[in-house]
Design a protein around this ligand. Structure first.
Ligand SMILES: Cc1cc2nc3c(=O)[nH]c(=O)nc-3n(C[C@H](O)[C@H](O)[C@H](O)COP(=O)(O)O)c2cc1C
Length: 181
């Protein structure tokens, strides 16, 4: 798939202020809509995004555990909040705080939305460390061990759920994300 041929540059692409990156997918994660900011930041043209699986912007630094947790959460009908590092077409990366929710029509789930805001600077550091350790555990001990480790971290930090951990940690730092907001 396209994303596997992109070599990360290690350079961060600025995504700041009060902009939002929005996309919609069908129930399997195929992209059906992107907003202008999505195209600007990802540097993919519309035609290379629509109809493609959303992992087209997946960055290799992202642990599989994060997406497993995302899918489990949204397929159970709950919304998901999380920190995501994405890759642009030129190999640069950008961090987002994502909120993924179900898209309903006539009371039936027809797909999902993701609305992404800039990730506050301290959370980029937190996510970098958390995700490096998750990838290490995934390789050494497997997916279940990685997920358990993540949930243990959440509990040790005093949060009742991953959702609480993400939301409260984000809200504590929100406002420092952009600088120009
Ligand atoms: C609405 C929605 C938005 C998503 N946004 C992203 C995203 O911004 N970046 C990303 O890497 N994966 C995103 N995903 C998850 C991908 O579908 C996929 O699970 C992930 O990239 C891992 O790919 P893989 O299973 O091929 O490793 C999104 C999924 C949904 C349903």
């Amino acid at each position: 798939m396209a994303h596997q041929t992109i070599t990360p540059t290690g350079r961060e692409k600025p995504f700041t202020g009060d902009r939002m990156i929005v996309s919609k997918t069908d129930l399997r994660g195929t992209i059906t809509y992107v907003n202008r900011t999505f195209m600007e930041v990802s540097e993919f043209p519309y035609t290379e995004l629509i109809g493609q699986p959303h992992n087209i912007i997946r960055h290799p630094d992202m642990p599989r555990t994060a997406f497993r947790h995302l899918w489990k959460t949204i397929q159970s009908g709950e919304e998901w909040f999380g920190m995501v590092k994405n890759i642009s077409a030129n190999g640069d990366h950008y961090w987002v705080f994502a909120n993924v929710t179900t898209d309903y029509r006539d009371g039936r789930a027809i797909g999902y939305y993701s609305i992404r805001r800039p990730l506050p600077e301290p959370l980029k550091q937190l996510a970098t460390e958390l995700y490096a350790e998750l990838r290490r555990i995934e390789t050494a001990e497997g997916m279940d061990a990685a997920e358990k480790w993540l949930m243990d971290q959440v509990e040790a930090a005093g949060f009742a759920s991953y959702r609480d951990f993400m939301l409260q940690t984000y809200l504590k730092h929100a406002g420092q994300a952009g600088g120009e907001a």
